[in-house]
Design a protein around this ligand. Structure first.
Ligand code: PMP
Length: 294
């Protein structure tokens, strides 16, 4: 993620990434009380462009607000800082990781009154790769939204993601598919889920998912192309009637699903609605959104 030359932003300064550290008495480290974002910048004909910067930094503010963590930087400031971190590292196509954390020594369970802000960048390929994924329904459910604010991107929620993903891989699958507390399909550990049937798309509604910015973009692109997208609850058994499926996320982008446990999707991803939307998405983020057939 970083070399001796890498620069990160920490609390108002651009510093060597290796010096962007935090103490072991930080409240965030002990209790997972921190929030973050995952953002991508792309090289476009108009220069480096951070895709949906405003939406991501608005969500960072939302996440801070719901867990009561102060955030001293505006959406505009965070956007400007991110462009500067990219520039100082000579990166155009890159992943941007803002992290707001309670770094002060504090072992109490009282919300912190101050926070620290890190903006780190690194080059990152599609984090789930390019090949369609073999998913398995996880024995771990997504956290109960009445227990934690699941629509906020809180660091501690990712313990659920890590154990689900690791468990799926330990059984030979590429990734986990998590259900909600009612047994409905929710999402992957770091990506949203869609399935295709009879020319239409279905995706879980808000409730037990992170409402992905990529998910919103894909819903918009699909509807612009005249494709019906329905947000509704469904159980994993309904996937037997699905013709294709895919996942979306800033890091994963748009990635095909080859199977969910014993249910396999035979059509090559490129020939599915998801495959066409993946092309459209690439064109959009790289500022070349002309000439994509949908
Ligand atoms: N769900 C979870 C649990 C995630 O961590 C992510 C990645 N942020 C997503 C969905 C996709 O969200 P986005 O499209 O905003 O990256």
């Amino acid at each position: 993620y970083y070399s001796p030359d890498t620069v990160a932003f920490l609390d108002g300064e651009f510093v060597p990434a290796a010096q962007a550290t935090c103490g072991v008495y930080a409240q965030s480290l002990h209790y997972g009380y921190a929030v973050f974002e995952g953002i991508r910048a792309y090289s476009t004909p108009a220069g480096t462009r951070i895709f949906k910067a405003e939406e991501h930094f608005e969500r960072l503010h939302y996440s801070c607000r719901v867990i009561g963590l102060p955030l001293a930087y505006s959406v505009e400031e965070l956007t400007r800082i991110s462009y500067e971190v990219l520039e100082r590292n000579g990166l155009t196509d890159a992943y941007i990781r803002p992290l707001v954390f309670a770094g002060a020594p504090n072992m109490s369970l009282k919300a912190a009154s101050t926070s620290n802000v890190l903006v780190a960048v690194w080059e990152w390929g599609k984090y789930l790769g390019d090949q369609s994924l073999r998913l398995t329904v996880s024995p771990y459910e997504r956290p109960n939204p009445k227990a934690v604010p699941i629509e906020a991107k809180v660091a501690g929620h990712y313990v659920n993601s890590i154990i689900a993903s690791t468990e799926a891989k330990s059984r030979g699958y590429d990734e986990a598919l998590l259900l909600d507390m009612h047994g409905n399909v929710a999402e992957g550990p770091g990506a949203n889920f869609f399935f295709e049937r009879q020319g239409e798309l279905v995706t879980p509604p808000a409730g037990s998912i992170l409402r992905g910015i990529t998910r919103n973009t894909i819903i918009d692109l699909a509807r612009e192309a005249g494709i019906t997208v329905t947000e509704r609850f469904f159980g994993p058994e309904e996937l037997r009637t699905a013709e294709a499926a895919f996942m979306t996320g800033t890091a994963a982008e748009v990635i095909g699903i080859a199977s969910v446990d014993e249910v396999t999707f035979e059509r090559p991803f490129q020939q599915t609605i998801g495959g066409m939307l993946a092309q459209h998405y690439q064109a959009l983020v790289t500022g070349q959104s002309v000439g994509v057939a949908l």
